[in-house]
Design a protein around this ligand. Sequence first.
Ligand code: AMP
Ligand code: ZN
Length: 136
Amino acid sequence: MEDCIFCKIANGTIGSNTVYEDEDFRAIMDIAPAAMGHVIILPKAHAANVFEIDEELYGKGMKLAKKLAAAVKQATGCEGINVLQNNGTAAGQTVFHLHIHIVPRYDEDTVNVKWKPMSPAAEELAAMCEKIRNEI
Ligand code: AMP
Ligand code: ZN
């Protein structure tokens, strides 16, 4: 993908603060962090989102997220961590090369990943459960 900034960063054409690199991934400091210590994991192969990425590679990325979450926790002394991965504009994705966020959290930080809980009727919930089950 010639015009993809994360392809260029992941493959080293554009420099970055790299915290980790292997043959499949580069993990870098987010340039506009939600909190200090915010790291993003970029696969070197371009895939826009969870629907496009190779399943094995996605699994490897999540395994790496676990390893880096532990490093971020140790380095920052944070109280919690969000591991996030946005897919699509509606989900907050702004760069359309899949990436995994590791966001350190502190009791009084300004990060907001909360939602207003819905109260669906039991039948509604069961109907959606069935619909999803049928798609697997
Ligand atoms: P998302 O909203 O999930 O697509 O996240 C995109 C993330 O990429 C944001 O947290 C940005 O701050 C970050 N970002 C965008 N451009 C760069 C860059 N050149 N280097 C590092 N992080 C970047
Ligand atoms: Zn890309």
